[in-house]
Design a protein around this ligand. Structure first.
Ligand SMILES: Nc1ncnc2c1ncn2[C@@H]1O[C@H](COP(=O)(O)OP(=O)(O)OP(=O)(O)O)[C@@H](O)[C@H]1O
Length: 302
């Protein structure tokens, strides 16, 4: 059952069209990614979903309600973590959670949430003394303290080091496993690939593709490459004869066999049948990054 429905959403800032006819639905219990380069319209889209901006056209329905008209009941059911949320420097972690919990009718236990987010030792620490990763975890805790059914998380790992980013991913998976539906805005491919059940790729205000990470990859770039270094000369034709193979190239001492389907199995069978010993055997597949470039014509970091 869709919990969020966005239909033909339009939003301009003066002459600038930030969101141009965006349509998608988010199913209950999934992590739905909104992936795109800077300025693509991701934040504007989720701000419309969160009721923080008024669309110029189109419709948004969240849990069957209108984010603007039904702002009060939705505040109880949707947790929002927006980019670069700031808290007063001297506010302590425990105080921030208690304060936010007081805004809700049926909040989570702040102490339990602090422990769950790995901030137990920081309960008495003022906001300004937290590291980037700890601030980020606190902002996730604040988005979850109302026990929401939906959490909207915008760029939650931007600025974190790789370890903190991975820890945060683990946390988001736990939140999803507890039954919360998540909209995750990101421009990190690896993050989208690891966490999201489905991804809307947004570029210049439009949805250019919507699929699972694997679906996006296979849709635009189904080819795989098997790369290896044979220990003795090999005839290319052994591979070009295979129905799975589309090309054979040589680079240095390596052979690169490109193709589709069960390519790895086909190539290794030929090698075994002909008693060819190889070194450095590697299967290279297209990544979400490749798919993104093909879909939009540029990288997210461009
Ligand atoms: N309040 C505003 N007033 C005018 N223009 C805005 C405003 N907010 C965003 N924009 C512009 O609208 C476009 C879309 O911005 P938005 O923040 O939605 O994109 P984004 O995909 O979230 O980008 P980022 O990843 O950089 O946050 C950008 O060109 C941005 O400069």
């Amino acid at each position: 059952m869709p919990v969020i429905e966005v239909t033909n959403l339009h939003k301009r800032y003066g002459d600038l069209v930030a969101v141009d006819d965006v349509t998608f639905t988010v199913e209950g219990g999934e992590i739905f990614g909104i992936l795109g380069p800077n300025g693509a319209g991701k934040t504007t889209t989720v701000e419309c979903v969160a009721g923080l901006r008024v669309p110029d056209g189109g419709g948004v329905s969240v849990l069957g309600l209108d984010p603007r008209r039904d702002a009060a009941p939705l505040r109880e059911r949707v947790g929002v973590q927006l980019q670069e949320s700031q808290l007063p420097d001297r506010l302590r972690v425990g105080e921030a959670l208690d304060l936010y919990a007081s805004f809700y009718r049926d909040p989570a236990d702040p102490g339990e949430l602090i422990d769950r987010l790995g901030l137990g030792a920081k309960r008495g620490t003022p906001y300004k003394k937290l590291s980037g990763g700890q601030k980020q975890r606190l902002s996730i805790a604040l988005a979850l303290v109302g026990n929401p059914e939906i959490a909207i998380l915008d760029e939650l790992t931007t600025g974190l080091d790789p370890q903190a980013r991975r820890d945060t991913w683990g946390l988001i998976e736990q939140v999803r496993d507890s039954g919360v539906t998540i909209i995750l805005v990101t421009h990190f491919m690896e993050e989208a690939e690891r966490l999201c059940d489905r991804i809307a790729v947004i570029d210049r205000g439009r949805v250019v593709a919507l699929d699972s990470p694997a679906g996006l990859v296979s849709r635009v770039a189904p080819e795989q490459r098997v790369r290896f270094r044979p220990s003795a000369p090999v005839d290319d034709q052994l591979f070009t004869d295979l129905p799975e193979v589309t090309a054979v190239q040589r680079t240095g001492g390596h052979l690169v066999v490109t193709g589709t389907g069960e390519l790895l199995h086909a190539v290794t069978s030929v090698l075994a049948r002909n008693q060819i010993v190889v070194a450095d055997l590697r299967l290279e597949q297209s990544t979400l990054d490749d798919a993104f470039v093909e879909l939009t014509g540029h990288r997210t970091t461009d």
